[in-house]
Design a protein. Sequence first.
Length: 456
Amino acid sequence: MDIHQTSPASGASSGQSGIAHAPVAPTHRSGANTTPRAEEPSFAALENLYRSVRGQTQVLCEPLETDDYMLQSMPEASPAKWHLAHTTWFFETFVLADYARHYRPFDPRFSFLFNSYYEAVGERWPRPQRGLLSRPTVGEVFRYRAHIDEAVYELMAYPMDPEAANRILLGLHHEQQHQELLVTDLKHAWSSNPIHPVYRPYKPDDGARALARWIGFGGGLVSIGHDGSAFAFDNEGPRHREFVDACEIASRLVTNAEYQEFIEDRGYERPELWLSDGWATLRAGRWDAPLYWQREEACSRWLNVTMAGLREVAPDEPVCHVSFFEADAYARWAGARLPTEAQWETAADAAITGNFLEGGRFHPAATIAADDRGPLHQVNGDVWQWTASPYVGYPGYNPPAGALGEYNGKFMCNQFVLRGASCVTPRSHARRTYRNFFPPEARWQFSGIRLARDCA
């Protein structure tokens, strides 16, 4: 990777305020002159957010035909129909069942069919077999969504228990996670289709490309994690202090052209570059390139499966769909390493800008020379960025009580943290403190690489 040196930044980054799980401010319909805190949505704002998020999920389904809703290409992925039903089940199970008077389930069997992993809620249909659920039909699932929406709107029409509002807000962020997964899982399912379906076309990048530079960040005691001012998932806190070593971080993401140099230097054939488990995974899966890359032998070029069909690998776009093992091996080959999540968070700019789901590209974009969003480009959007940090609880972390405590805490084992959001992450879902996590071998997620290195 051709990285140009810059002088280190002076001092340590202090870590600006993260975002925390704050309660929704009640709207007093009796006429009392009470103004909620600006960062807390009122009930009226919550209703607007509900309409927007639920509507966005259905917009994502507009390019699909009925046959597409049933595809499940691997146990880790889910059919689009299941995502539609499960996100609706969440509101029925955790909001309506507890807070809507006289609510009766749309279909009692759905509690079993569309539970994901909540052991406290009850038994569930096996995840690898979600693609076998031809019934209920797609039409029934959309009627289920409409039924639940009507019941939630009715609940929101009157002053609510603040905990009910908090659960609705959690459910909306949960649905945004599944919006991203819906596109990600569909891409995996379509990748094996020889006609290479097109979800949505996108316009190729143009303009001069930004050079990569090493940006220095001073070390010291910093605060990371959310500060409790607005919504965040429980695993983003508590805010705490960590000592961070001074380091240098690449100003932009690793590109396809740079990763191709790794491939051409026999990067997938050199065990000294790989962690032991990574080498075993590579051998078992016969990896020789990122997921979705295909070599066209006739002219020795690489093609890439995208949501716009099969395209030639664009050299300046960020490399995407690589596992933690591949990211770590590439960093080792480049004479660098992956940043820790504390280093990533303290270096990241607080402004949330980038290439997100709403842009309709559904593919990473190259960063251009005129990109002047701060010392680091592509901090948010484009690809999730692997860090060197295992996914564990922050000091003082305790999962919430009850079934909702199973949301994040139970997965704090054998996974690594990714930061920064991707091109299929909703813009309003991205946060500087967001902690995504996946097993080190996973690569169907829109995941890429930002390099770091220790200061000399």
